[in-house]
Design a protein. Structure first.
Ligand code: RIB
Length: 298
């Protein structure tokens, strides 16, 4: 593989941090407020870039004020951008409470009508390609059909959850979190042993490799039928938003460098943990040297 492409969503994230999340009908006072670019696709692209590989990002924004803010941020992050414009930029309203738990409501905007026809000249060869599921599933299917002919390696984050058989069967690695893995496997995951069983069910159903992201419990990898558990790097989390995206981007960077799944999962586990120690999605994503320092015990 020669480089990394990310195809997916980009949003403006409106983040409010309060002592506790509101319940239905309740109003709570926020102590902090942030406005940052986000979206699972853009977040993964930033994680790739910060961990040492300049990626190309394919996404769709609106013809509005938010688009300019986002483009400026992405350029500063050393990302090559292939952006198309629709009507409105996607917006995510993110509530975070002191424990680090969050609630997210997403208005898809232009992400919701991104299509392969927006990128008629795209030709991707021998690349690692990252997908998530915040753009139409048909668009992902169309891209995958085109990409499979050209020796690409496809990593799909089935998030937000949707079990599209074609996407799942035609990805080289799936990276569900615990909830998504439960849904894909049709069983509960309450322990590492449960995660191991779920990974076997998912691999059996979709004939691919699986990395289950278990948050503060680490990751369970089922690659070529070999199952391994990797512990998380322990941190004090303040906001877990985007941690899964950070994992995928960091994994892809290290996998491009080493071709080694175990090393890449260890690297991604540290990056994802560090990303939870600050607010927002990508503003808290670590750089390659921060992860290496921890790996070297400094
Ligand atoms: O995964 C986190 C992301 O989900 C946020 O950045 C938000 O935009 C939503 O898409």
């Amino acid at each position: 593989m020669k480089d990394i492409k990310v195809i997916g969503s980009v949003n403006i994230d409106i983040i409010m941090s309060s002592q506790k999340l509101p319940t239905t009908g309740e109003t709570v006072k926020a102590d902090k407020y942030y406005l940052y670019p986000g979206g699972k696709g853009a977040n993964q692209a930033v994680a790739v870039s910060r961990t040492g590989v300049r990626p190309e990002f394919f996404g769709k924004l609106g013809n509005d004020y938010f688009a300019e803010i986002i483009i400026n941020y992405l350029k500063k992050e050393n990302i090559d951008i292939a952006i198309k414009y629709g009507q409105n930029t996607g917006i995510a309203m993110i509530n975070v409470e002191a424990s680090g738990r969050n609630m997210i409501t997403v208005y898809p905007g232009s992400n919701g009508n991104m299509s392969i026809d927006d990128f008629p000249d795209v030709r991707i060869k021998n690349s690692i390609v990252l997908f998530q599921q915040e753009i139409p599933l048909k668009t992902i299917r169309d891209f995958i059909t085109k990409l499979r002919e050209d020796g690409n390696f496809i990593i799909t984050d089935p998030s937000p959850y949707s079990a599209d058989k074609y996407i799942l069967e035609n990805s080289d690695i799936l990276t569900p979190n615990q909830t998504e893995a439960q849904l894909l496997a049709g069983c509960d995951i309450n322990s590492i042993e449960d995660a191991r069983k779920a990974s076997e069910i998912i691999r059996g159903k979709y004939r691919n490799n699986v990395i289950i992201k278990l948050g503060s419990r680490g990751s369970l990898v089922n690659y070529n039928g070999e199952i391994k558990y990797f512990r998380a790097y322990a941190v004090k989390a303040v906001d877990t938003t985007g941690a899964g995206d950070c994992f995928n981007g960091a994994f892809a960077s290290e996998f491009l460098r080493t071709g080694d799944v175990d090393k890449s999962v260890e690297f991604a586990n540290i990056a994802a943990a560090l990303s939870t120690t600050g607010y927002g999605a990508f503003p808290s994503f670590p750089y390659q040297n921060q992860v290496i320092r921890i790996q070297e015990g400094n």
